[in-house]
Design a protein around this ligand. Structure first.
Ligand code: DX5
Ligand code: ZN
Length: 224
């Protein structure tokens, strides 16, 4: 199933409830929440209180992308706030197996995210434990960056591993995904599509989401 994970990083924070409603009216079914700590990435966003505030606004799963050092310390707070999925960066997890177990023990779906320079094969041992893998298609920290074309081969590599191992984790992609790049990532094997700046525009959010999904689904229907 191809889904739009709309990234609220690009939304108008003063009107988050309306922004979420518009993205969902256009077909968005996952709310992607970019948590940044100013250490792992050179930017600061929001944390568990904002997750708790948006929890009652939607029935969609809240997909929390933690761009933070020491994620283990904050996993219980995100669970209490109502997060459904937690993505941790492999680059900050010394004991990745333990971290993923901790997420699952708190009733959330575990996921791992990789920066563009991190080899896909580093994930091999944890693939059976994850709900999804998030492939960064820009360096994390900011919205509105240009899609890195090598991401296509990385998604294909991951999809090949999934079929060789007989697993069924989902593949998410994040960064520079827009109407002109979404078809190629879907054809490579991604099915959770994060998009922020391609979706949120005053007066156009609902139509943007709808058009984005129709391009993505058309590309999906051509996969053999
Ligand atoms: C970047 C974030 C993304 C960001 C994507 O570090 O992880 O989720 O919101 O923004 P766009 O879709 O504008 O590239
Ligand atoms: Zn993200």
């Amino acid at each position: 199933m191809i889904e739009l994970a709309y990234s609220i990083l690009a939304a108008d924070f003063a009107h988050l409830a309306d922004e979420i409603a518009r993205a969902e009216a256009g077909g968005g079914t996952i709310c992607h929440v970019d948590v940044m700590d100013g250490h792992f990435v050179p930017n600061i966003t929001f944390g568990p209180p904002v997750v708790a505030a948006i929890r009652p606004l939607t029935k969609s799963p809240l997909d929390c992308h933690l761009m933070i050092e020491d994620p283990d310390k904050f996993i219980p707070a995100f669970a209490d706030a109502g997060a459904d999925m937690i993505c941790v960066h492999i680059e900050v997890c010394r004991h990745l197996n333990r971290t993923l177990q901790l997420i699952a023990d708190h009733g959330m779906k575990p996921a791992v995210v990789l920066n563009p320079a991190t080899p896909i094969d580093m994930l091999f041992e944890v693939l059976p434990m994850v709900h999804h893998i998030l492939v960064m298609s820009v360096n994390p920290g900011f919205g509105g960056q240009k899609f890195l074309p090598r991401s296509i081969d990385r998604i294909k590599h991951l999809a090949r591993l999934r079929s060789e191992l007989g697993l069924n984790f989902r593949i998410e992609v994040d960064g520079g995904i827009a109407h002109d790049t979404v078809a190629s990532v879907v054809q490579a094997g991604a099915d959770m599509l994060v998009a922020g700046s391609a979706i949120f525009h005053p007066g156009k959010t609902e139509a943007n989401a709808r058009d984005f999904l129709s391009v993505a689904r058309a590309a999906g229907s051509t996969i053999a």
